[in-house]
Design a protein around this ligand. Sequence first.
Ligand code: 5MY
Ligand code: ADP
Length: 317
Amino acid sequence: MLKVPDHQVAGHTARHGKLGPLIDDSGRFYKPLQDDERGSKELAFYSSFSSNTRIPDHIHRFFPVFYGTQLLEASDGSGLRPHLVLQDLVSDRLNPSIIDIKIGSRTWYPQASEDYVLRCMKKDKETTSLSLGFRISGLRIYGNSELGFWKPEKKHVQEFTPEDVRLVLRKFVSSNPPIDSNSFPDCCFAPSVYGGSAGILAQLLELKAWFEDQTIYHFNSCSVLMLYEKESVMNGKNSGAEIKLIDFAHVVEGRGVIDHNFLGGLCSFIKFVSEILTGPDEHSTEACSPDSEKKCISTENEHPHHKSEFSDNLSTN
Ligand SMILES: O=P(O)(O)O[C@@H]1[C@@H](OP(=O)(O)O)[C@H](OP(=O)(O)O)[C@H](O)[C@H](OP(=O)(O)O)[C@H]1OP(=O)(O)O
Ligand SMILES: Nc1ncnc2c1ncn2[C@@H]1O[C@H](COP(=O)(O)OP(=O)(O)O)[C@@H](O)[C@H]1O
C-alpha cells in the first residue's frame, strides 16, 4: 500500500492532489519523475552513479540505494508515471529528527534555463545560501511522545537568518523543547550525535575528503539529509546519526573540475557543526547526566503552551 511519507521535510509533497513522493511498507521511497528534464537528469545520475566503478564503496553509503524505476499511479491523480525507486532512508527509524540542508552558495548553474537561474538567484540571496554557503530547506525535531515533532512551516524556514541556523543546529541535538525560545538549547546530545568516530562530523569530514578529490559530478542544488533518533540516545543506545546526500535533479558532469560550490558549502556547514561540539558555552556535564536528560524531556509536558507549536507528523507545507 503506497502512502505519503509523513517524515518528508522539504521538496514537492504528494499532499493536496499534488505530485510528490510515496513510500510503502517494504522500505522503498518512490520519487516521481517530473515531466521536464529534472526527472530524466535525476534518473541519469542514479544510473551513472550506481554503476560507476570510480566511486569508492565508502562513498556509496552516503547515497540512497537505487533500485531502478517503476510505473506507479502518480499522487496527483494524473495516472501512471515512472518513479525512481529508492531506499527509504528512514523506514527503520521510529521517531527520527531530520534536517534537510541544501548545500552551495549558488543553487543555479550555467547550463540551466534563464528562468530557473533567476529564481535560484533570488532564493539564494533571500536565504542563507549566499551568506553561509548552505541553507536549511526543512526540518523536524522530535520533542517527546506527547508533543511529537517541531516542524516549522516552510515560510518560516525560508526566513532563517545565520543565527537561526546556528540555533536550529543546536536545538537538533538538545534535550530541552525545540520550540522553547526562553531556554538556550543545552546541546546534551551533541557528543553522541555530532561527535565521536562515527558521528555526523566524522561522516561530513569523510564526504569532504571525497569532494576535495572528485571531479566526476557537480552536485548543484543537492541536499545533505541529517538524521538521528533522540529516544535511542536517551535510552543509552546508538544515536543512529547519519548523513545522506539526496536530490540529484540538477547534477551535471564535472569534466575534471572540482565542485567548488558544493565543497565550499560543505566546509561552512562543517564549521557550524564543529563549533557546537567545541564551543565554550556548550553542554555542561552536570546538565547532561542521563537523569537530567530524561528530566529535561519530561518537563516539556508541564508547558502546555508549547504544544500547539508542535505537530505530530502534521505537515502544512
Ligand atoms: O516550487 P517551490 O517554491 O516549492 O520550489 C522548490 C524548492 O523549494 P524551496 O522554495 O527552495 O524551499 C525545492 O527546494 P527543496 O528541495 O525544498 O530544498 C526545489 O528547489 C524545487 O526545485 P527542483 O525540483 O530542485 O528543481 C523547487 O521547485 P520548483 O519551483 O523548481 O518546481
Ligand atoms: N530516499 C529518501 N528516503 C527518505 N526520505 C527522502 C528520500 N529522498 C528524499 N526524501 C525526503 O523528501 C524531501 C524532498 O526530497 P528531494 O529529493 O529534495 O525532492 P524535490 O526534488 O522535490 O526537492 C527531503 O527533504 C526528505 O525529507
